[in-house]
Write a protein that binds this ligand. Structure first.
Ligand SMILES: [Zn+2]
Length: 65
């Protein structure tokens, strides 16, 4: 489960509900509700499939609009 890092939003998303993209600074997803960028890291599971985990943003006060 991902949680939007925009404190005014805080929406929760399943990984299947967001689109992970790399905009040049590593993989991120944009919150479908408020558009804030949230950093994730990709990890390969033992079975070879890729899973993404959210990186906790600390005091990133600037939500992209
Ligand atoms: Zn949001």
């Amino acid at each position: 489960m991902f949680v939007c890092g925009n404190q005014a939003c805080g929406a929760r998303w399943k990984p299947s509900e967001v689109e992970i993209r790399n905009e040049g600074q590593g993989p991120i997803f944009r919150c479908p509700q408020c558009g804030a960028r949230n950093a994730v890291v990709g990890r390969t599971r033992r079975d070879g499939s890729l899973e993404y985990r959210q990186v906790q943003a600390k005091h990133q006060g600037t939500a992209a609009k």
